[in-house]
Structures are given as structure tokens and as C-alpha cells.
Design a protein around this ligand. Structure first.
Ligand SMILES: Cc1ncc(COP(=O)(O)O)c(C=O)c1O
Length: 378
């Protein structure tokens, strides 16, 4: 199998797996235990917390371990809305957020919150004029992802956050897709909340985190024991948390190299596609302002779903957009938001790159994509 869906998930790195193993076996203890074993596992959680914060380039604030990016996003949006005693009742989110943000925000409508959708241009960039119109003194919280999962666009978080703060709003960013390749700048700490996920960086699934500049911004959604100082009840998943920590440690030392390698692979594939079918391909990814691991291209008069079926039969794994949309034949909300012309909208394919993709695999993928497209074009 030739895997080109690293934005959906990554395999667990062997070194991460080794770091997790003891916590399934000899060090299986509940981190709340007051005996030596419990102290050992709670120290492992503390060590992982430090490693995640280091990878995020934040020194202060609180990091809450969650079951993944989805829970971190829910905690940021719903946890802030529930905590706030402010008269502000609007939440502004970009039109191309992940469903974890879209649906969290949507769920607040029935509690009297107004959801404002921040439009993007054809490259996926926030339309600044509209942003400034919509983010005003009624807005409690702004959430804009650092990088998008379908097309890879990187937003200017520093600028967007500064404006939101000027208006007195809280600012959250979903950095799940940016984390694997973008070196977080120290100014990341200007944002109030950051969501990340472990399984996008060669860590285990079912683990993620929300970082908060100020812990008083959110209230717990998961009630139970006093784990995470009451911010998230439930026995800690120590093996996963330790694995996430190890994955972050590796990320810090390998991030630049991984990003450069992805960039090279993306260029190699795109060169093949444009050389063969340039006039029938629309590149949805803004190559100069995107995470290097994602390439989204639209084939004219094609059905991506059918193409992916034949690609899968030939041993290639890639997706139409986000994994969550891959069961739907309708163009995704991202494809709609960036206004992909109708004749291209159903032919959007996302290839995402990572460790282990060889040049030969990429050449084979390019050849298969072109062959299948030519066969299937209506
Ligand atoms: C941008 C973004 N946010 C959130 C998530 C959800 O993360 P998780 O799968 O860890 O729940 C994803 C997963 O694809 C994502 O790409």
C-alpha cells in the first residue's frame, strides 16, 4: 500500500511505541495512585506535558490533555461559552474550520449564541475587510485554524489575533494540521488557546491537548475526578499521553527536516500532474502559504470518489478532502467556501505526504492519477 493520507492520520513511530509500552505492562498504574507506581505514572504525565508545551513553544499557561483534537476544539469553544459571564454572545469562526469547530459552535446556537462565519477568498485566506466587519464588540470568541486540513492554507494568526484582542475577544486556533510542520513562533503565545492532536505527528490516536494562556478561560466539559486539576475528569490515558510526549520530542528535533521533505515530495507530484494534464487541473492549495504536507488539486469534469476507488484498487491511499468528508459525494464546505468552479468541484483530490513516501511511490502515484483521470473523465 502506498499511503498518501498523512493529514488524516500517521502511523505510530516505532520510538513512540517503545515509549508507550511500559505503561501498558510493568508501569500500568493509575496516575492518581498515592503509591510509588502512581507517582511514576503521574511523573510520566508531567514529563509529557512539558514536551508538548516545548513543541508548542509555550512556557506558561495550562495544557489540558484530551482525547484528541476534536475534544480540544470542543473544550475551547463550548468550554469558553459556558465559562463566560460576559454579555457578548457572538462566536466568530472561519468558513473553512474543521467540523470539530463548526459543530461545536453550531451546538451553542440553541443556548442563544450567534455564530458568525468569517468568509475566505478563493485561496482560503480570510477576507480581512469582512473579518474586521464581523469581529466587533459583540464577539466573545474568535476561532481560526492555523492551517486547513483540506487545502493546507496557513492563516496569519498573529494579525487576526491582534485584531480580535483589540476588540476584546478571546482568540483560539486549531493547530492540529500546522503542528506537524510549522515551527511555532514565540508569538504563538499571543493567542489564548491552541488545539493539537497526537495522531498527526506519529503519536497514538485518541490523545491531544488544549493549551490555555489563562486557565480561567474555560470550564470543564468532562466531569468526574480531579484529573487535570478538575479541567478534565477521567483516568489519564498514560500510555497515549507518554506516546504523545515522545512524538513531540521527536517532532522538535525532526520538524524542519520533515517539512522540507514534504515540500519536495509535493513539488515532485505536482510537476508530474501539471506536465501531463496542466490545462485540466486546478491547484486548490496556495503553494506559497500552506503547510508543505498537503496538496489539493481539482480535476476538471471528474468524480474524485470514482478516482479514489480505482486508486485504492491500485494500492494508493488518499482522500477527497478531510477524512470526515470522504464518505460524502457532495463537495466539502471548504471546496464550496473557496468557490471552486462547478466543473472542478467534484474532482478534488487531496494527497498528503509524510515519512516513508519514496520518489518512486510519488512517480507511481502521479502516473496512476493521470491514467485513471483520463479513463474516467466525463
Ligand atoms: C484541523 C483539524 N482539527 C481537528 C481535527 C480532529 O482531531 P482528532 O482526530 O484528534 O479528533 C482534525 C483531524 O483531522 C483536523 O484536521
Amino acid at each position: 500500500m502506498k499511503y498518501f493520507d498523512f493529514a488524516a492520520t500517521t502511523p505510530v513511530d516505532k520510538r513512540v511505541f517503545e515509549a508507550m509500552k511500559p505503561y501498558y505492562e510493568e508501569d500500568f498504574f493509575n496516575a492518581s495512585g498515592l503509591y510509588t507506581g502512581g507517582k511514576k505514572t503521574s511523573a510520566a504525565v508531567a514529563d509529557a506535558r512539558e514536551k508538548v508545551m516545548n513543541a508548542l513553544n509555550v512556557k506558561e499557561g495550562r495544557l489540558i490533555f484530551t482525547s484528541g483534537g476534536t475534544e480540544a476544539d470542543n473544550l475551547a469553544i463550548i468550554g469558553t461559552a459556558c465559562r463566560s459571564e460576559s454579555s457578548r454572545k457572538a462566536i466568530a469562526i472561519s468558513a473553512i474550520e474543521h467540523h470539530a469547530i463548526l459543530e461545536s459552535a453550531e451546538s451553542l446556537k440553541k443556548y442563544g449564541f450567534e455564530i458568525r462565519i468569517l468568509p475566505v477568498d478563493c485561496k482560503g485566506k480570510i477576507v480581512l475587510e469582512k473579518y474586521k466587519e464581523l469581529v466587533n464588540e459583540d464577539v466573545l470568541l474568535v476561532s481560526v485554524m492555523t492551517a486547513n486540513n483540506e487545502i493546507g492554507i496557513i492563516h496569519d494568526i498573529k494579525e487576526l489575533c491582534a485584531y480580535a484582542h483589540e476588540k476584546g475577544a478571546i482568540f483560539h486556533t486549531d493547530a492540529v494540521q500546522a503542528f506537524p510542520c510549522l515551527e511555532p513562533e514565540p508569538e504563538n503565545s499571543v493567542v489564548d488557546m491552541i488545539s493539537v492532536s497526537s495522531h498527526k505527528i506519529y503519536g497514538p490516536k485518541g490523545c491531544g491537548a488544549l493549551w490555555l494562556r489563562d486557565e480561567s478561560l474555560v470550564t470543564a466539559l468532562m466531569h468526574g475526578g480531579q484529573q487535570e486539576d478538575g479541567y478534565r475528569g477521567g483516568t489519564e490515558n498514560v500510555p497515549a499521553i507518554a506516546g504523545f510526549g515522545k512524538a513531540c520530542e521527536l517532532l522538535v528535533s525532526e520538524r524542519t527536516e520533515r517539512a522540507q521533505s514534504c515540500e519536495r515530495k509535493r513539488k515532485r507530484l505536482l510537476d508530474i500532474l501539471l506536465k501531463e494534464e496542466g490545462e485540466n487541473i486546478l491547484v486548490n492549495t496556495d503553494l506559497d502559504h500552506s503547510v508543505p504536507g498537503i496538496l489539493n488539486v481539482a480535476f476538471k469534469d471528474a468524480e474524485a470518489e470514482g478516482m479514489l476507488f480505482f486508486l485504492s484498487r491500485d494500492g494508493f491511499s488518499l482522500s477527497m478532502g478531510s477524512a470526515c468528508n470522504s464518505k460524502s459525494v457532495e463537495p466539502s464546505h471548504v471546496v464550496r467556501a473557496i468557490n471552486v468552479p462547478e466543473e472542478y468541484a467534484r474532482g478534488c483530490v487531496r494527497a498528503s505526504f509524510g515519512n516513508g513516501n519514496t520518489d518512486e511511490d510519488i512517480d507511481a502515484l502521479g502516473e496512476a492519477l493521470i491514467r485513471i483521470y483520463r479513463k474516467m473523465k466525463v
